[in-house]
Design a binder for this molecule. Sequence first.
Ligand SMILES: NC(=O)c1ccc[n+]([C@@H]2O[C@H](COP(=O)([O-])OP(=O)(O)OC[C@H]3O[C@@H](n4cnc5c(N)ncnc54)[C@H](OP(=O)(O)O)[C@@H]3O)[C@@H](O)[C@H]2O)c1
Length: 273
Amino acid sequence: MSDMTALDRLGFGCVGLSLASTPRQALSLLAAVHDHGISYFDTAPLYGRGYSERLLGRFLRSRRDKVTVATKFGLSATPPPLPMELALPLAALRRRLRPRPAGVASPPQEPPADIVSSRRIGRAEVETAFDASRRALGTDYIDVYLLHEEVPAALEPAAVDFLQGLKASGAVRKLGIAANGGRYRSLGPADVAGWDVLQYEFGPAWPWTANLPARFPAMQHVFHSVLRGVSTTDPAAPGRTLASCLAACPTARVLFSSTKVAHIEANLRALRG
Ligand SMILES: NC(=O)c1ccc[n+]([C@@H]2O[C@H](COP(=O)([O-])OP(=O)(O)OC[C@H]3O[C@@H](n4cnc5c(N)ncnc54)[C@H](OP(=O)(O)O)[C@@H]3O)[C@@H](O)[C@H]2O)c1
C-alpha cells in the first residue's frame, strides 16, 4: 500500500447501511461514496441482521471489479423475516415514532488484559458462513475475509485448513482478524502466521491499540471506530481525525461510516485540507 494516496487508503464501513429508509437510499449512499473515490467497503453478516451484506451485494452488481469487499465470519444473526423493500421503511418509521433519547456515548473503557473466550469455531460453521456471504454479496470471491470478534485460537484446525484452501483457490484474497484490540495483547507472531490483515479500533479514544502497527509490522492494518468521541460541532473535526489516523501508520487502511452524503463530503474536504 506504500504508493497509495490517502483516499485510496480510506474504507467505508457498512454497519449503518440498513438505517437508510429504503434500499434505493442505501444504494445511492454507496454510489456517492464510490463516486467520491472510495473503493473499499467493509461489512459483516451481523450488520443490520444481514441487510448490510445484501445491500452491498446489490451495489456490487454493476461494479464488482472496481470494488474491494471485506466481510466477516464467526458471528451471525438470524435472518430477518421481511424483504428489504418492506423492512427498511418499517424500521425507519419505528425510529421516527420512537426516537432514541439523545445522549453522549460513554467513553470506551480499556478492555481487561485477560479477555478469553471458550468459543470453538469448526469447519462446518465457516463453510456455511462463507456460502451465505457469497450469496448475499452476489460474488464469486471475497477480497478480505475476517474472523469477527475472535482470535485464531478459537478456530478448529479443520476450519483453518478450509480458510487457507479458500485463499489458495482465490475464493478469498486475504484472511484477517477483526477483534476488539484488547484481544491482541497476548497475540504473538506465531498466532498470526498465515493471516494477512489485523483490524481493530484506533485513534484518540483507543490509546491502547496505538502500538499494534509496530508489534505486527508484517500485517496489513485496518483501523475502525476512529471517530469515536470526536466533536461533531466542528464540521472539519472528523476529517482531521481521519487524516491523523492515516498519518499515524502510512500503510494502514482507515475505515469510517456515515449515513449522510454531506458528512462523507465534509470528511473528504477536510482530508484534502
Ligand atoms: N470488529 C470489527 O471489525 C468492527 C467493529 C466496529 C466497526 N467496524 C467497521 O468500521 C466501520 C466504522 O466504524 P464505526 O461506524 O464504529 O465508527 P466511526 O466511523 O468512527 O463513526 C461513525 C459515526 O461518525 C459519524 N460521522 C461520520 N462523519 C461525520 C461528520 N463529518 N460529522 C458528524 N458525524 C460524522 C457518523 O454519523 P452520521 O451517520 O450522522 O454521519 C457515525 O455515527 C463500521 O461501519 C464497520 O464497518 C468493524
